[in-house]
Design a protein around this ligand. Structure first.
Ligand code: HEM
Length: 466
């Protein structure tokens, strides 16, 4: 097997750029982001100077406490990217890879203060109107439908056959799209987020569909998120409502897919769970929380911008500097987790959903989709095993996420459930410990993941970093 040579110093692919600063992009950073965070912590402490694409400077926040300081103090660290000095001074043009991620838009995740409160209240209050049991019923129904499609084969890639589909199927239903929108929207929304060649066209289709949905719900209100968004006292315009429906779809999709895949992997392989399971104490919600600590779906969040000169973690931050919340790095900060091999029972103070005024408002929905979906999977296929050794599982990393590309498993083939009965299946026994993790079986042939080129879309780059 040939190994690629290390790029020479000065080459943009080298891990260290001008003034000896480490790059948060490129092959070295993508090969081992967690290793890079620890090097930065050792060299600089809890807040490290780094280089982004084009060698633009930024601060990566590594400490747990420092991440919360930044997220909780919008008066010092704004969410409004128009404050970014490099952008104001023309160093981040339309073609820059970070433009799709950082160009300001009139949506809640770029707003501060009263604007943010108005937009976010509409989103949060509408999410909170969901009936949790209703969500779980949808998840069970769609999970069973997906499992039916591969249950007879005795093997499957759980990323492409299960984890990637379930959140979007559930979310479109919760938004009020129901059957009439059909699977085409699910496919288009997935395609748009993946940033394939057809992503731009898919985005147009999704936006048109969301605008039509808004029009329809204005005329005929229903019992769904879209209707509640429109009825909200914040009085969103049709365009604001459609933009926020898209924010929610995007925020929910890959994060939850990631959480599902990583939790299934952990349940099947992790020794800490095996040890705990034999004691009978480890349940699926514990496994989810452990993954949110160890492998948060967003490894970083871009970004916050300093509103004035300030100090953080011993570093002098200048007005207009960009800060990146290091969620994955903060979760393994030795100051709060001196022993990473210790399971984090019952402790939800991880940074996976960030904190402060922008803390993820959909976290309970994300947890419910992952938890009920995996519960259903394990109830249907109780002898699920990893088909390859854990270290052989392929991952893809980018600036903001690290995710499994495939999760091949084997199991005893099972007949499909009759479709109409799927929604009436018994709810899995949530308080029961997870099935005993077993060693991997010899590898089975899995289709190679198609190499997908990412198009120039902010959602695609959000996750791919390309
Ligand atoms: C496991 C799944 C999820 C994870 C890990 C996750 C994580 C996050 C994170 C880290 C943020 C950024 C906060 C910041 O800027 O500091 C965020 C924002 C957001 N998330 Fe989630 N999320 C998940 C699922 C969802 C779901 C299911 C929904 C909708 C139902 C949702 C809706 C949102 C929205 C609307 C925002 C923007 C909030 C604002 O700026 O005020 N997320 N999420």
């Amino acid at each position: 097997m040939s190994t690629s040579p290390t790029p020479p110093p000065g080459c943009p692919a080298h891990g260290v750029g001008p003034e000896g600063l480490r790059r948060l992009y490129g092959p070295e950073a993508e090969a081992d982001p967690m290793g890079l965070y620890e090097k930065l912590r050792a060299e600089h402490g809890q807040v490290a100077p780094v280089l982004l694409h084009g060698d633009l400077p930024a601060w990566l926040v590594l400490g747990h406490r420092e991440n919360l300081d930044v997220a909780r103090t919008p008066s010092r660290f704004s969410r409004d990217s128009r404050r970014w000095r490099d952008m104001r001074e023309g160093r981040v043009g339309p073609e820059h890879p970070l433009t799709p991620l950082t160009a300001w838009q009139p949506v809640c995740n770029f707003a501060d203060g009263a604007d943010h409160e108005r937009l976010r209240a509409a989103v949060t209050d509408s999410i909170n109107r969901f009936d949790r049991r209703g969500i779980r019923r949808y998840v069970t129904r769609f999970a069973n439908q997906l499992i039916d499609e591969f249950a007879g084969a005795g093997q499957a890639d759980l990323v492409s056959r299960f984890a990637e589909h379930l959140p979007m199927l559930v979310m479109t239903q919760l938004l009020g799209m129901s059957e009439s929108y059909g699977p085409r929207l699910v496919e288009a929304a997935r395609d748009m987020i993946k940033g394939t060649e057809t992503a731009v066209a898919s985005n147009e289709f999704v936006m048109q569909t969301l605008l039509q949905l808004v029009e329809r719900k204005r005329a005929t209100p229903g019992h769904d998120f879209t209707t509640w968004l429109l009825e909200h006292r914040s009085a969103l315009t049709d365009d604001e409502a459609a933009q926020h429906l898209r924010v929610v779809l995007i925020a929910a999709f890959e994060t939850t897919a990631n959480l599902i895949a990583n939790t299934v992997r952990m349940v099947l392989t992790d020794r800490r769970f095996r040890a705990s399971l034999s004691g009978g104490h480890m349940t699926l919600p514990d496994a989810l929380e452990q993954v949110l600590w160890d492998e948060p779906p967003f490894t970083t969040i871009l970004g916050r911008w300093a509103t004035g000169d300030t100090e953080l973690g011993g570093q002098r931050i200048k007005e207009g500097d960009m800060l990146i919340l290091g969620l994955a790095a903060g979760n393994v900060d030795p100051e709060i987790r001196p022993d990473l091999t210790e399971p984090v029972h019952g402790n939800r103070s991880h940074l996976a959903f960030s904190g402060g005024p922008h803390e993820c408002p959909g976290q309970d929905v994300g947890r419910a989709i992952a938890d009920t979906g995996i519960d259903t999977l394990l109830a249907r296929l109780p002898d699920l095993q990893l088909a390859v050794a854990d270290p052989e599982l392929p991952y893809r990393s980018s600036l903001m996420s690290r995710h499994l590309v495939e999760l091949p498993v084997t199991f005893t083939p099972k007949p499909s459930m009759p479709t109409q009965a799927s929604s009436e299946l018994p709810t899995p026994h949530r308080s029961e410990p997870l099935p005993e993790a077993a060693g991997p079986l010899p590898p089975v042939a899995m289709p190679a993941a198609a190499a997908k080129r990412r198009a120039s879309t902010w959602w695609g780059r959000w996750f791919s970093g390309h």
